[in-house]
Design a protein around this ligand. Structure first.
Ligand SMILES: NC(=O)c1ccc[n+]([C@@H]2O[C@H](COP(=O)([O-])OP(=O)(O)OC[C@H]3O[C@@H](n4cnc5c(N)ncnc54)[C@H](OP(=O)(O)O)[C@@H]3O)[C@@H](O)[C@H]2O)c1
Length: 342
């Protein structure tokens, strides 16, 4: 009898927590349809953005607009989407750093239902070795470019909500926007900043029926990643481990599903799901199931996080020790006529 009572109590506690969470999670659950809507994607000419444009067109969006700088890649993207889906995409050539150019494109595209700020640049390097010019470039494109797009699109998005239904502003961050990693000081800073933007913006636009989603992909097979890998510091590669990159189509599918359910933090794989729990903080949460996982997982995930930091700092220490001994060896063997200091 006592054990039955204990079992009941054990079930009652999580059950009442689930009920309480279903009452308090905010913003309230919603759906943002893609079918019949106008989806506007920055960086839609390549990688994840191109996959998003394909999938939005396949999902029955009434209009898909893509924006990027390179006109040739935009034309290629348009042609490939038309070939695959029969849908004619509108393409706009503009640099997201140029507000006036972005405004012209957004106005020409017409009222947007789903704005996906996906454009991004990533050039990894230790801050000490990276030129400030490159730091500014990443912050300007990734952060200011997102501000420019949202500022350009928001007035018409707000105005058209009553007759067009719920809208979405989705922002492409990165797992490097959830945890800082060696070699990503500038990139991480630009992507962490997007979370602050998104959290505050969601409160500002919720009463207009606009739902913000932040997407956090891991390494993803794209032309951007190929370029990034050429510059990735050796220790960054060691820290990243041997986990394989996701496919752009899979990331785009997760992103669109997140947008459709109005999810604020959209992870793309299992690691991302764990990271979402570890970094939930004070972020908005619509799903009481996810809220339950966050409440119960918080302590455990902190432990896992501390384990990761222990591993990473150990690897960094070991790598530096190896570099130092290599360096000393080169200095100590002058007869090889191969001296770093000569
Ligand atoms: N691939 C990954 O491993 C990975 C991981 C996490 C997060 N992400 C994020 O996912 C997003 C897409 O990345 P991706 O790998 O698909 O990159 P990608 O293949 O290099 O594509 C980037 C897109 O952004 C556009 N773009 C870049 N700078 C721009 C600017 N100043 N103005 C307008 N458009 C610009 C590019 O076109 P133009 O160059 O012609 O302008 C291109 O269409 C980025 O925000 C990135 O940070 C990527």
């Amino acid at each position: 009898m006592a054990s039955l009572l204990f079992l009941l109590l054990l079930l009652l506690l999580p059950l009442s927590l689930l009920i309480a969470l279903s009452l308090i999670v905010r913003p309230r659950p919603t759906r943002v349809p893609i079918k019949g809507r106008h989806v506007f994607i920055s960086g839609g000419s390549s990688g994840i953005g191109l996959s998003l444009a394909h999938q939005a067109a396949s999902a029955g969006a009434s209009r898909v607009s893509i924006l990027a700088r390179g006109a040739a890649k935009l034309d290629e993207a348009r042609a490939s989407i038309r070939l695959a889906t029969g849908i004619d995409v509108s393409a706009f050539s503009a640099d997201v750093r140029d507000f006036d150019a972005v405004k012209v494109a957004v106005d020409a595209a017409g009222p947007i239902d789903v704005l996906i700020c996906n454009h991004g640049v990533f050039v990894p390097q230790e801050l000490e070795r990276q030129e400030l010019e490159e730091v500014r470039f990443m912050v300007d494109v990734n952060l200011m470019g997102t501000f420019n797009l949202i500022k350009a699109a928001l007035p018409a998005m707000k105005e058209s909500r009553p007759e067009r239904g719920p809208g979405s502003i989705a922002i492409m961050s990165s797992q490097a926007g959830q945890v800082g990693i060696y070699g990503y000081t500038a990139y991480s800073a630009s992507k962490f900043a997007l979370r602050g933007l998104g959290e505050a913006l969601q409160q500002e636009v919720i009463s207009d029926g606009i739902h913000v989603s932040l997407i956090f992909p891991p390494d993803t097979e794209t032309p951007g990643l190929v370029e990034e890998n050429k510059r990735r510091p050796e220790i960054t590669k060691i820290l990243a481990g041997h986990s394989s990159a996701m496919q752009a189509d899979d990331v785009a599918r997760k992103a669109l599903n997140g947008i459709k359910s109005g999810t604020f933090i959209v992870p793309c794989n299992f690691d991302g799901f764990m990271l979402a729990i570890a970094t939930a903080g004070l972020s908005p949460q619509r799903s009481f199931i996810m809220a339950f996982a966050e409440v119960f997982g918080a302590g455990f995930m902190r432990l896992v996080g501390l384990f990761f930091q222990w591993t990473w700092y150990g690897l960094i220490e070991k790598w530096h020790a190896e570099q130092n001994s290599k360096y000393q060896l080169l200095v100590l063997v002058p007869e090889n006529k191969f001296c770093m200091l000569c």
